[in-house]
Unconditional design. Sequence first.
Length: 143
Amino acid sequence: MIKFLIKLEFPKVPQITTKKFAEWLLDPVKPQPLVLDARTQAEYAVSHLKTGVRIDPMTPDLTTLLTVSKDMPIVVYCSVGYRSAKISQQLQEEGFSRVFNLSGGIFQWANEGRPLFKDEHPTQLVHPYNASWGKLLKQSYRA
């Protein structure tokens, strides 16, 4: 249901599945994407994807991306995909042409047992965002 609502609200934002994204990250031939984590500092501090760079979901500083080529692939994620879809749309409006929203977000990534990191160290915990949204995350992964 959430994925449907995100596609409805952000119809021009391409979605990438966790499976396709994981395959992409393992493909040494494909140019690797810039990975943006559109969650709060508290969420990011618990865990993130290995190469994820945090961007503030409420007041994103897109000027930090001025040195990034407009055709560089960018994958944005958050907890379930809403905040990251919003950031993805903003990046498209700034002229970035290869922006993807991670469908299902870090919750789906974790629920599938994919790797998570706290700083440079592997972890299995994810910030649940709040009590309601946290129910979408398997209990063993809730911080």
